[in-house]
Design a protein around this ligand. Structure first.
Ligand code: SIN
Ligand code: FE2
Length: 208
């Protein structure tokens, strides 16, 4: 379903069994790369979501150095774990010539939200961002390339995948709220969002 040019919604892309298997793979990731609380550049205000990453690169943010990708965990200094196979499967929807380099894992508790923002820290803006929702349903809002462009909202449920690409690659988007208790996937209320991202431009010598 095309929500806007390049913004494609695949409801129930992952079956319940696949969602359970993916959550088990993510538990392994979080054991190796614990969730951390990112902070806004300059103000140092804490995000309401907790984060971690998988893949060669991970997205991090703190007061001193701002938004960036880096190869190691900001607290442990260890390299990020590998992207779970099941998450990688959704990258086939991207139709991109090279694999994703980052899988950002956002954990929302019942009160967490994500303000309107653009995903623009990637050099490979020709690749879509592939977003996977697990757990409680949320209200996802998207607009245009200006912060004050008109917006629309949809409810994203567990197993849904959204591609943010093409003419919508730089659209403002965010999560206004969770509907706690709408899913039985996770043992407590909450939602996990995974975003697969190609960060660097693939080499002209071959995709990797
Ligand atoms: C994000 O934009 O990083 C998260 C979007 C979502 O949680 O669905
Ligand atoms: Fe985003």
């Amino acid at each position: 379903m095309e929500l806007a040019p390049g913004l494609i919604w695949h409801p129930a892309y992952f079956s319940r069994d696949e969602q359970e298997a993916l959550v088990a793979q993510l538990r392994d990731c979080v054991r190796q790369a614990p969730l951390f609380t990112p902070r806004m550049p300059r103000t140092g205000k804490a995000f309401s979501v907790q984060m971690t990453n998988c893949g060669p690169l991970g997205w991090v943010s703190d007061q001193a150095r701002g938004y960036r990708y880096q190869a190691d965990h900001p607290e442990t200094g260890a390299p990020w774990p590998k992207i779970p196979d099941l998450a990688l499967r959704a990258w086939e929807l991207a139709g991109y010539q090279a694999p994703p380099e980052a899988c950002l894992v956002n954990f929302y508790n019942a009160q967490a939200k994500m303000g309107l923002h653009q995903d623009r820290d990637e050099a490979a803006l020709d690749a879509p961002v592939v977003s996977i929702s697990l757990g409680d349903t949320c209200l996802f809002r998207f607009g245009g390339e200006e912060r004050n462009s008109p917006t629309k909202s949809i409810k994203l449920a567990s197993g849904d995948v959204v591609l943010i690409g093409g003419a919508s690659r730089l659209c403002f988007h965010g999560v206004d709220r969770l509907y706690a208790g709408t899913s039985t996937l996770l043992s407590d209320a909450g939602r996990i969002n995974l975003t697969l991202r190609r960060v660097t431009q693939p080499s002209v010598l071959g995709a990797s």
